[in-house]
Write a protein that binds this ligand. Structure first.
Ligand code: SAM
Length: 187
């Protein structure tokens, strides 16, 4: 199984008018996605934002659970938040992974939108099982990843689809758990 990493992208992402923005960091995103990453054997979870103050906030959150009172109170949460890494840019994430593994990661973009050239979950699962990797699963915030990032990705993962009507507005936290189970969960 290839080394799988996850990145939560706060810039560049779209807002509801398809303007490229920087979204704020949501504490619960860091916790919940870190817990999903730890559960599904992800090697590292990158929180990506160019805003120093927000990286400082993320560092404060993780430090509380890694070294602070939280680490005594809830060691399980410490194990999850130990996966969290902070980077300014996606390029910084790619370099960090290359330094750690000796190879640049293969990028996998995600979105709720249906589009013709997506890769089905089973095919992606096989790819992760086959390729040496590493692979980097890209999660967006706001109204999703920009076209520039999606086009850079080697794979555009199929969306998680709902049960029937066209409502499909999962939080990134909920989507992350489902995606990781489909790609790395026991079968
Ligand atoms: N319309 C945006 C889109 O489809 O990307 C919604 C953004 S959602 C609030 C934030 C992120 O959660 C998305 O960029 C994607 O990473 C993930 N996500 C949300 N719903 C998803 C779905 N149905 N399938 C796959 N990923 C999803």
């Amino acid at each position: 199984m290839s080394d799988l990493y996850v990145a939560l992208i706060h810039h560049p992402v779209y807002d509801k008018n398809r303007h490229i923005v920087t979204t704020s960091l949501t504490n619960i995103d860091v916790h919940d996605i870190a817990r999903s990453c730890r559960t599904f054997g992800v090697r590292g979870f990158y929180v990506v934002t160019p805003v120093d103050a927000l990286r400082g906030l993320a560092r404060k959150i993780t430090r509380h659970w890694q070294d602070g009172v939280g680490s005594q109170y809830n060691p399980n949460r410490k194990q999850a938040l130990d996966l969290v890494r902070l980077e300014r840019t996606l390029e910084g994430v790619e370099i960090d992974i290359e330094v750690e593994t000796g190879r640049l990661p293969t990028l996998i973009s995600t979105s709720a939108k249906l589009s013709p050239d997506t890769t089905a979950f089973d095919a992606m699962r096989d790819e992760l099982g086959r390729r040496a990797g590493p692979h980097l699963l890209l999660l967006g915030t706001g109204w999703g990843l920009t076209d520039e990032i999606v086009e850079r990705a080697a794979f555009r993962l199929a969306p998680i689809e709902g049960s029937g009507d066209d409502y499909n507005h999962l939080s990134v936290r909920a989507a992350a758990g489902i995606l990781l189970d489909r790609l790395h969960g026991k079968r």
